[in-house]
Design a protein around this ligand. Structure first.
Ligand SMILES: [Fe+2]
Length: 187
């Protein structure tokens, strides 16, 4: 099997991301800044759509692993135009780098203390249109997001800093409520 240049770049970026995660494990702001470079190098590769191994996605049908080692997961995901991914959390940081198309993407911070079952008070901390080359990282204290693809053929490269929480929260910000779900596929 021959390794393409893009596969080599993805592999190098995965190692860079591992080192960044180790270096900034207690500093989410530093982590978010440092992750920009390897993510931008991955989405600069022109032939990502021909790489990867199919996986079962949580919200979508077309999702592929670009890199997986049991801890670090880098996926290439296609999002259907107009299908909103509802506001949700992850239990770990998640980075979304736009490869093709565009998203409307909103990030929230939770303002309540989480002690009242079913209640959540969310504040918008970032709300913007993401285009190819843009990177958004959701991490504590703002690790809740919602997004919708604005075009056909919208793809993101997603990186998760470990395993998703087994129980995830899905929010209705306008009602200040949430429900919990256990997705079939945890990673
Ligand atoms: Fe997410």
């Amino acid at each position: 099997m021959t390794t393409t240049n893009s596969e080599q770049v993805v592999r190098e970026c995965a190692f860079d991301i591992m080192n960044i995660v180790k270096k900034y494990k207690d500093d989410n702001a530093g982590l978010m800044t440092a992750l920009q470079d390897p993510l931008k190098r991955i989405i600069a590769q022109p032939d990502l759509l021909s790489l990867g191994v199919k996986r079962q996605g949580n919200h979508i049908d077309n999702s592929k692993y670009l890199y997986y080692d049991g801890q670090l997961v880098i996926t290439l995901d296609e999002f259907p135009k107009g299908k909103r991914i509802p506001p949700h959390d992850h239990g770990v940081w998640e980075a979304l780098a736009v490869y093709k198309g565009s998203f409307e993407h909103t990030v929230y911070e939770r303002k309540d203390d989480g002690t009242k079952e079913g209640y959540a008070d969310l504040a918008v901390v970032d709300d913007r249109r993401l285009k190819p080359g843009d990177v958004s990282i959701v991490a504590q204290p703002a690790e809740i997001h919602t997004f919708v693809a604005l075009e056909e053929g919208t793809y993101s490269v997603t990186v998760v800093g470990g395993h998703y929480a087994e129980t995830r929260h899905y929010f209705k910000p306008e009602e200040k409520s949430y429900v919990t779900r256990k997705p079939k596929v945890v990673s």
